[in-house]
Design a protein around this ligand. Structure first.
Ligand code: SAM
Ligand code: SF4
Length: 350
């Protein structure tokens, strides 16, 4: 049984936000810090997250990405990774159950990919162990290679730590390593080429992301968006690129190789100027247990209450299926009546 929405898209990709909190203050995300913390009891426990993930995997979810806020701020995230990694080994005749919970019933599908998006702040020392526990790969955010600019963008003076984290992730083989860079006019578009050089030298996949209207300060302005086209052109002038595949499939990024054969990869994610909703295969779970069918949704669906009401597995599955059926055909950033998402990026889980 697969999760299929009303527009015939199959949902394969679950993003789980582990916390709303963050120790960075990226101006495009959480510039003024978090509002008073959500009540602790509203945040899903690791047992609840594992139970939900197991059900999603039984419904055909193949990729799970842990994100936030800063997911590594959540205490003992390692124990959750260990639980979720077991979803990669389920088989139809497995006696193995990740949870001692009668609602948990092992079915055929398996998790194929367990990933984590992090600002890298505390990754260096933890990378190796995370890999051992079953994390497949990491995406690390890096918007600038200049110390001062990094500090201006993120609010913290931690460029060296992030660069060290990238090295540690490489050593731990948390690969393919992706680096996310949000490009914003007047802030870091002058670093586009240097970031591509970094991708070549460190042999990572550099993902350039258009600035989206998801900042908590609501200061997004279309004039600040550097389009995917402009990013591609700026890189190509110095490092000619070859498109890897003519179609993105369910991927959000257009992927490019360097024409001269250098290692490393360029990915361009352009949700504002080159909408990719038609192939979207994602669903999101917030730290407080709300299902979101789109980054830009203005409504959420309270899975936490369903789970905590003692619902049977069948009831939980039916709830998830009914939510998936409500998945929006597309976002409307470019429409006249665009309404900002009900929560900002750090709460939704990027
Ligand atoms: N704290 C982690 C990190 O920064 O990697 C994970 C959470 S963060 C919300 C996930 C990704 O969302 C980051 O790569 C970040 O750059 C991106 N992001 C945040 N706000 C954004 C915005 N307004 N537009 C585009 N991307 C954004
Ligand atoms: Fe924190 Fe990540 Fe948002 Fe930056 S992008 S403020 S690191 S959650």
């Amino acid at each position: 049984m697969l999760l299929r929405d009303a527009h015939n898209r199959i949902i394969r990709d679950l993003r789980v936000s582990l916390t709303d909190r963050c120790n960075f203050r990226c101006f495009y995300c959480l510039p003024n810090g978090e509002p008073p913390m959500a009540r602790k009891e509203t945040i899903l426990t690791f047992e609840e997250i594992a139970e939900i993930c197991e059900i999603f995997v039984s419904l055909g979810i193949e990729k799970i990405r842990l994100t936030g806020g800063e997911p590594l701020l959540r205490k003992d995230v390692e124990s959750l990774i260990e639980k979720l990694a077991k979803l990669k080994f389920q088989t139809s005749n497995s006696k193995f159950q990740i949870l001692e919970n009668p609602k948990s019933k092992i079915q055929n599908p398996k998790l194929k990919d367990l990933a984590l998006t992090t600002n890298g702040f505390s990754l260096e020392k933890r990378a190796e162990n995370l890999k051992k526990l079953g994390l497949d790969r990491v995406t690390i955010s890096l918007d600038s290679l200049k110390k001062e600019n990094f500090k201006k963008i993120t609010g913290v003076d931690k460029l060296d730590e992030v660069l060290t984290a990238i090295e540690a992730a490489k050593r731990a083989k948390l690969e393919p390593i992706r680096i996310n860079a949000v490009i914003v006019r007047g802030w870091n578009e002058d670093e586009i080429v240097e970031l591509a050089r970094f991708a070549r030298e460190t042999e990572v996949s550099m993902r350039y992301i258009e600035y989206m209207p998801l900042d908590s300060a609501h200061e997004w302005d279309r004039k600040l968006v550097v389009s995917g086209k402009e990013i591609r052109e700026r890189i190509s002038q110095v490092f000619p690129l070859i498109l890897k595949e003519s179609s993105r499939g369910a991927e959000t990024a257009w992927k490019y190789a360097f024409a001269d054969g250098a290692k490393g990869e360029i990915g361009i994610i352009a949700p504002v100027t080159e909408m990719f909703c038609g192939a979207c295969s994602r669903i999101r779970l917030t730290a407080d247990g709300q299902l979101r069918t789109c980054l830009f949704s203005t409504t959420e669906h309270n899975l936490r209450d369903v789970l905590r009401s003692g619902a049977t597995r069948t009831e939980i599955v039916e709830f998830i299926q009914s939510v998936v059926m409500k998945k929006e055909a597309s976002h409307s950033i470019n429409g006249k009546d665009f309404a900002p998402a009900s929560r900002s990026m750090s709460f939704i889980g990027g």
